[in-house]
Structure formats: structure tokens, C-alpha cells
Design a protein around this ligand. Structure first.
Ligand code: FES
Ligand SMILES: [Fe+2]
Length: 422
């Protein structure tokens, strides 16, 4: 009778020994990263896995040539989204509006950052100030318009009034209330500042200045003269993907352009596309070529070079000659984000209107091409078949910078929150 070989215990033990010796040899010879940095699959990472373990599954020390992407759970786990809100978005400078909206006394813009309602207002003394847009009485939003101008900030709920400097000026029907100090009940301040055409806010009272945060970006953008451009219109996209999927897609060094954006590809010298990382920004840039392959793109994307700036964590600034669009990526939850495009042109006069509209349409087409991919990636990140991916050393240095900055913020945020064991 034929004996089944697999039932022989000695062969089993020998097989295991050979397997483990080979594994150890692979690690020692550098053929394979050690087990601690191999991103685990979705099957292995569950809600029972702690955030600390999920964060530890990304090796932010690996050089680009050996680096993995951040692991799939970082894109789909609500606990990571919450940690990002508390750390990344509560501690970085966030763009909340355009400087032209807060030029004059009483002009204001409102926004929500990390779930916090914010108002930025220009005072009568010309000082720009930011506040939590939360009434000190019963927490209603004091300013309810996205932007506008007011001489006083009037809460619509019970009529409390605040000055443009945030001080509490008056409370109807509050006589007889004891131990209430009006001086101590002004709007709570947040840091606010302006760079180029943009208003920024930082919720962290200990944050470094906006200029320090932007670092080398300030010098690189200055020669492009973006402040001379004029706002034309905005487009907003609600996308069924994690905000980082959109950022990754932006930072792949043009890797997807020949495959996904044929029109855009026709005006870029793809082989000469460069990627530069510094501080918290990445500049992707490409010489431009004139092409009639795609008439609308050729007519509206001009100049010597295309400039694509990304500032950590969620702001992109794209420039061509006489053209800028900004992309602000706002997380909604772990599965959704909103991306707001603001288009600016050198000439927004009536005679130039048709051209500007055509230019916006070209941008919208590129965005539509990206949308389907980003949503498909989000589905793929939930697959049990995927754990993490490798990065192209030629193209994906920007993503590598993004992932390392993010990892540093999340790891230090987790440590300082003392929630390491959860
Ligand atoms: S909540 Fe603002 S006045 Fe009452
Ligand atoms: Fe794209």
C-alpha cells in the first residue's frame, strides 16, 4: 500500500527547519525586510489591533528604495481618522479662506477645522484675529455666513454681542447674574495669519509661526507672483475616499499622468518631470511642450514649466503661466473627503471669460479622471488582498515625504495623548 509522505513526522520537522533557516537567511542577507516592518494584511489587522500596533506597522526609517506605503488600515480605520483630527489637523496651519475676504475692518471668513467652528475677522485696528466661532453663552455659532462684513459679531441665538477683537460687549437680560466676569467671556482666540492670497489658522496655541511652518515653500512660490492673479470660481468635489488617497494620487510624481490624463500628458515633458522634497512641502515640476493633440489643454496650459506644490498635510497649489488653482483636501470621515478647487487667472475681464471657463473645464476633466481612480483605490484598500504597496524610487518621493511626516505626527500625537495602549 502506498504511504502518504506528508504523514511522516520527521519530514514535517525537517520541512519546518528548512523553511525557518531560509527565512532567517533572507532577512540577514537583506533580501526581505524583517517581520516587524512587513505591513500585515487586512485579515491580520482588525479592530482588535491597537492603534499603537497599526502605527508600528509602518517603518518611517526605510529609505525610498526600500519603503512601503503607509498600511491600508491607516486609510480605513476610524481611530486613525480621529487621531489625525487631534494631531495633524489640530496642530498644522490650515488654509481657511482667501485674503481678499478679510482686507477691510469687519470682514470675516468662517471655516471648520478638525470639527472646530472658526471665524477669522479683521479688527477696527486692522489686526487680523482668529476665534473659535462658539458663543460663550450656550455654544451657538456666532457668525453663520461663510464670509461677509460686520461691525459687531452678533450671536443669533440670544443676542450676545462680541467686538471684532472678540471681547464680549453685551448680553441682553443678564442683570442679576452673579459672579460673571464679562472680561473672561470673550470669544476664545486661535492663531491666524496670511500668506500670499491665503488665510490660515492654527488651533495649536504652541504652534510655530505660519512662515516657519511653510518653510522653503515661501521662497519657491514668491517668484511665481500668484498674488497678482484674480479669483475666478470654485469647484467642490465630495469623494468616496480617505483624504490621504487624494493626496497620494497628487504626489505620485506624475506616475499616473500618461495612463490617466492623456490631455495633460500632451503638454508636459514627462521624462523631465522633477520631484523635490523640502521641509513640509514637495514641488513637482515639468517643462512644458506645445501640443495640438488636445486643443483645450494646449490652449489653456501654457508657459515654460508646470509647477505643482504640495504643502503638508492637505494643500496643493498648481501654477501655469497666468493660472493658479488651489486644492484643499478636507477629511470628512475615514471613507470620505471634500476637495475644494479655487481657480485664479491673470485676466478675469468679461472679454477673457470664455477662455477662463474653458480653462476651468480642462481642470475639471482632469479631476473627473482622478475621481474614479481614487474611489477604486479606497475600495481596494479595504480588500483582504492588500496590506501596503511599494513606491517607485523615480516617481514617488513626494508620497514618501507625506507618509513620513504623517507617521511622525501620529506617533508623537499618540504618545502625548497617553492612549498608546488603546
Ligand atoms: S448661545 Fe449665543 S447668545 Fe445664547
Ligand atoms: Fe491626476
Amino acid at each position: 500500500m502506498h504511504r502518504i509522505q506528508g504523514n511522516n513526522p520527521a519530514r514535517w520537522i525537517l520541512g519546518f527547519l528548512i523553511y525557518y533557516v531560509c527565512e532567517i537567511a533572507n532577512i540577514l542577507l537583506g533580501q526581505r525586510p524583517c517581520a516587524a516592518v512587513i505591513p500585515r494584511t487586512r485579515q491580520a489587522m482588525t479592530m482588535q489591533t491597537s492603534i499603537k500596533e497599526i502605527l508600528a506597522s509602518y517603518n518611517d526609517k526605510a529609505p525610498l528604495s526600500e519603503a512601503f506605503t503607509i498600511p491600508a488600515p491607516w486609510y480605513v480605520d476610524p481611530r486613525i481618522a480621529e487621531l489625525e483630527s487631534k494631531t495633524v489637523f489640530s496642530k498644522s496651519w490650515q488654509m481657511v479662506g482667501r485674503a481678499e475676504h478679510v482686507e477691510k475692518s469687519g470682514q470675516f471668513v468662517t471655516a471648520t477645522i478638525a470639527g472646530e467652528p472658526i471665524v477669522v475677522v479683521r479688527g477696527n485696528d486692522s489686526v487680523l484675529r482668529g476665534f473659535y466661532n462658539v458663543c460663550r453663552h450656550h455654544a451657538a455659532a456666532v457668525v453663520t455666513e461663510p464670509c461677509g462684513q460686520a461691525s459687531i459679531l452678533h450671536c443669533p441665538y440670544h443676542g450676545w454681542n462680541y467686538g471684532l477683537d472678540g471681547s464680549l460687549k453685551g448680553m441682553p437680560e443678564f442683570d442679576g447674574v452673579k459672579n460673571f466676569d464679562r472680561q473672561q467671556n470673550g470669544l476664545v482666540p486661535v492663531k491666524a495669519d496670511i500668506w500670499e492670497k491665503f488665510v490660515f489658522v492654527n488651533l495649536d496655541p504652541e504652534a510655530a509661526s505660519l512662515t516657519d511652518f511653510l518653510g522653503g515653500l515661501v521662497k519657491r512660490v514668491a517668484p511665481l507672483g500668484v498674488s497678482r492673479l484674480h479669483y475666478f470660481e470654485s469647484r467642490s468635489y465630495d469623494i468616496h475616499c480617505n483624504w490621504k488617497v487624494f493626496v497620494d494620487n497628487y504626489l505620485d510624481g506624475g506616475y499616473h499622468i500618461p495612463h490617466l490624463h492623456k490631455g495633460l500628458n500632451s503638454v508636459l515633458d514627462y521624462k523631465q518631470y522633477t520631484i523635490e522634497n523640502e521641509d513640509r512641502y514637495c514641488l513637482q515640476s515639468s517643462p512644458m511642450v506645445s501640443s495640438e493633440q488636445d486643443a483645450a489643454t494646449g490652449a489653456t496650459r501654457k508657459g515654460d514649466r508646470a509647477w505643482y506644490f504640495w504643502q503638508y498635510p492637505n494643500l496643493m497649489i498648481n501654477c501655469y503661466e497666468g493660472y493658479m488653482d488651489t486644492n484643499l483636501v478636507l477629511p470628512i470621515d475615514q471613507d470620505h473627503c471634500r476637495v475644494i478647487f479655487d481657480f485664479h487667472f491673470g485676466d478675469i475681464s468679461e472679454s477673457h471669460r470664455e477662455y477662463d471657463q474653458q480653462s476651468v473645464a480642462v481642470g475639471a476633466r482632469v479631476q473627473d479622471e482622478d475621481l474614479g481612480i481614487c474611489e477604486g483605490v479606497q475600495r481596494g484598500l479595504k480588500s483582504r488582498a492588500y496590506g501596503a504597496g511599494r513606491l517607485s524610487a523615480r516617481r514617488e518621493a513626494g508620497e514618501h515625504l507625506f507618509h513620513r511626516l504623517l507617521a511622525a505626527d501620529l506617533k508623537s500625537g499618540l504618545q502625548s495623548s497617553g492612549a498608546a495602549a488603546d
